[in-house]
Design a protein around this ligand. Structure first.
Ligand code: ATP
Ligand code: MG
Length: 425
């Protein structure tokens, strides 16, 4: 943290392209009311970054010098959340929620909570100035403010320059900031992939050096950030880089992937881009383990499902225990893997019809097709299963009757007449 309050670079309205039209109207109402009541009212974080880049922000976070109690007095529809750090949630209608945080500073040593899993440098209720609030954030491009008072952009940390240059740079000493919160290393890779930005040298070097620390990060937070990667369609890319910089193994409790798995994850990201549907966690889990699973499955004549189940459990159980993944999600992943085993061994085995009619089977097929594609595998096998699936899902052909199938009945009639003219009369 700086000893003296640094002077920010201020970009007046005329020198940037952020317009109020791009800002969510409820967030604007909150900003204006705070401002009218004598408070500083800024947008901050990802939304300012995205607006400056001409991207659509996911959400609009508001920062202010009003305390949570003061915010609550200003808004009827407001309630305070968070035990350690109080945030104000202001509700609009049924669906919209604006989150308002009071400027905070980085806590001193003695102010941190005892459980390191609970803090990443800014969980305590230690209010600060806008500058202090900027310096506790992770990357320079994530610490810009948009001031509703004069529509300027305020930069204490050199974020504007880094946005122009396309650089992800940790605020402060990356070694220290990654030690404080190792999840920031994964976030650095995530933003680099999402925005197509490069990591600055010191940030990259610090990831190499601090990577093992991520093993001690809260698994719940790592799990959230992992899902975030796939929501943003950069899961394959980020996990590949994470393995290169030796972050993947400590992050995923010893997990390593081969190139085919990374390609499969790329294919899943591509599918998300095409369909707009984020994959479920069970689907992703199955994808992470499918290569290891199939290579361990029996290939002898019998191909017992029981063996496949056991192998799927062996792979999934430690991972799910580490990340406290629910039984339901683990069950989905296991069924997908066992389904892949059924498809891989080929048609003609007992229970095939029931399997094809199972509601999860289309998902198995989808994973199977993406997986075959990723390893240049047996596309024909994938296609032939798709045909079988389509055949089973079609309603059974109707019995020919004069009404429903006039052509057939016309053809049959003369034949019957030939054999037994009396029968038709
Ligand atoms: P997006 O929401 O588009 O994924 P974002 O930048 O808004 O990106 P969030 O995870 O929503 O990311 O976090 C909001 C802001 O909080 C960030 O922009 C950053 O300033 C700060 N922040 C989040 N996580 C950390 C962290 N681990 N350490 C320091 N600051 C953080
Ligand atoms: Mg955000």
């Amino acid at each position: 943290m700086p000893l003296e309050e640094p002077k920010p670079r201020i970009l007046p309205r005329a020198e940037h392209a952020v317009s109020r039209k791009q800002i969510d109207s409820d967030s604007l109402k909150v900003l204006y009311r705070l401002n009218r009541n004598g408070h500083k009212a800024y947008l901050v974080g990802g939304c300012v970054r995205d607006l400056l880049l001409g991207r659509q922000p996911k959400d609009f976070d508001v920062s202010t010098d009003a305390t949570p109690g003061q915010v609550r007095k200003l808004f009827r529809n407001c309630f305070l959340v968070g035990r350690r750090f109080r945030l104000a949630h202001i509700r609009f209608g049924k669906d919209n929620l604006v989150e308002v945080a009071t400027f905070r500073r980085q806590p001193e040593e003695g102010e941190l909570p005892e459980d390191p899993a609970d803090h990443f440098g800014f969980v305590e209720n230690v209010f600060g100035s806008p500058a202090e609030d900027a310096f506790r954030r992770d990357f320079t491009i994530n610490a810009l403010y948009y001031d509703i008072n004069d529509f300027s952009v305020i930069d204490f940390v050199g974020g504007l320059e880094d946005l122009d240059a396309g650089v992800i740079r940790v605020i402060g000493d990356p070694q220290v900031r990654f030690s404080e919160d190792p999840v920031r290393m994964l976030r650095a890779l995530e933003f680099s992939a999402r925005l197509d930005f490069t990591l600055d040298d010191a940030t990259r070097e610090a990831i190499y050096q601090r990577a093992p620390l991520i093993a001690e990060a809260s698994p719940a937070r790592v799990r959230d950030e992992l899902m975030e990667l796939f929501r943003h369609k950069v899961g394959g890319e980020v996990l590949r880089v994470a393995q290169e910089v030796e972050l993947l193994e400590p992050m995923l409790a010893g997990y390593r992937a081969d190139e085919a798995t990374f390609k499969l994850l790329d294919n899943i990201d591509r599918r998300t881009r095409e369909t707009g549907k984020t994959p479920q966690e069970g689907f992703l889990l199955a994808a992470l383990f499918v290569e290891a699973f199939v290579s361990r499955c029996p290939t002898d004549q019998d191909h017992h499902i029981g063996d496949a189940l056991r192998i799927a459990n062996q792979l999934l159980t430690p991972h799910c225990a580490h990340f406290r993944i629910s039984h339901g999600t683990r069950h989905i992943a296991r069924e997908l893997l066992v389904g892949i085993f059924r498809l891989q061994r080929g048609p003609g085995f007992k229970g095939e019809r029931r399997f094809l009619r199972h509601p999860q089977t289309p998902q198995v097929m989808e994973l199977f097709a993406l997986w075959q594609e990723s390893r240049d595998g047996d596309r024909e096998l994938a296609e032939s299963w798709q045909e079988r699936l389509a055949a089973v899902q079609q309603p059974p052909p109707q019995q020919p009757s004069e009404k429903s199938s006039p052509r057939r009945s016309r053809r049959r009639k003369p034949r019957r007449r030939q054999r037994s003219p009396k029968a038709t009369s």
